[in-house]
Design a binder for this molecule. Sequence first.
Ligand code: ACO
Length: 402
Amino acid sequence: GLVVSSLLKDTGLVTVDPGFMNTASCTSEITYIDGDQGILRYRGYPIDQLADGSTFLEVAYLLIHGELPDGPTLEAFTERVNRHTFVHEDFRTFMGTFPRAAHPMAVMASAVNALATFYPESLDPQDPETVELATVLLLAKTRTITSYLHRRRVGEPLLYPDYSRGYVDDFLRMTFARPYEQYDADPVVVEALDKLLILHADHEQNCSTSTVRIVGSAQANLYASVAAGVNALSGPLHGGANESVLLMLDKIKNAEYDVDTFMSKVKNKEDGVRLMGFGHRVYKNYDPRAAIVKKSADAVLSTLGKDDELLDIAKRLEEIALNDDYFIERKLYPNVDFYTGLIYKALGFEPAMFTPLFALGRMPGWIAQWREMMNDPQTKIGRPRQIYTGATERDYVPVSGR
Ligand code: ACO
């Protein structure tokens, strides 16, 4: 990338590094990525082992506390999170005031931010017990918020949590059950969603996580910091890509353009069209998460008996891309977002809900990174420098004289 440097009087050498291609903002012990080899590990554990063997709350605990919990610790953590899944009735009213057609990411960011107003006893970033409370509240309430985002869109009432069920199991019930109807999610569906949440749980210093850290570096509370992360995630170049992928596949399916015309548009950079779900700042090889999701998409769609034409289109796009010089030269491979939307769709979510699901999964990562930053003696307020390129000094002219 382009690196320009300049000597500033107070700090000496300053480099300009657009997009922070070569600038590390911190040291971290949480997540390891080797982008050339396509390796991802949380706290040292390979992502495929966690996706296969673990559960979302266990991974959340691992990311946040650094070690896998033993049985009683996991049980206590799960129970504590479950006990906090109710939201205050006024909170429900508050969420009900947004226009129903509002994009759920905008509602989600507002709702996460609003947690600070409902739980003022959990705001002190310096007190470890308070931070632990805010951690549990965020994991618990975000789950309820996310299910309510769906229910508001379809015009159904918010359902109350059921403590006796697992985190993902009860999330699906709260999202999809009809009032007064017995609902038991298909274990295949529970497992698929659990796996997706694990795959999204952290990804070191991506755009939203860096946002969470920089907001927190001003000693802003956890909710304020994470709400900023939700907003960053909403962008189509970041978490919003999962929704964009599905809309792209839909357009191809509806014959707005065929696969070849679409691919030539992408390669000629016509109208800024990109192959959404492809490319990554760090992975210059197959995103290991995408490999797991692709397998899972096949399994989920066939188990649920959903023959999704969109999956075939996605596979065709991938095959063309992986054999095309444009993509080979630029090392563009499918990223995590390429196949996730197809699973979310098969589970019954509409595209606007895909990015909130990503946010639900990323919650432990944001929290873990915020906590690591708060406890790091090296942390200072995030404050990048710039190199000024504007006008030199000039005199103000009143409007009558311009
Ligand atoms: N389709 C077509 N061309 C692409 C794509 C794509 N998806 N991604 C990158 N390129 C091209 C660029 O046009 C550029 O070409 P050039 O050298 O001829 O100018 C080259 O590849 C490098 O791309 P940059 O945009 O410079 O790469 P950067 O690291 O800044 O961007 C990003 C990474 C934002 C992920 C990009 O690949 C992209 O826009 N992908 C599509 C959106 C997407 O899927 N985002 C999700 C990312 S994963 C996540 O957030 C969870």
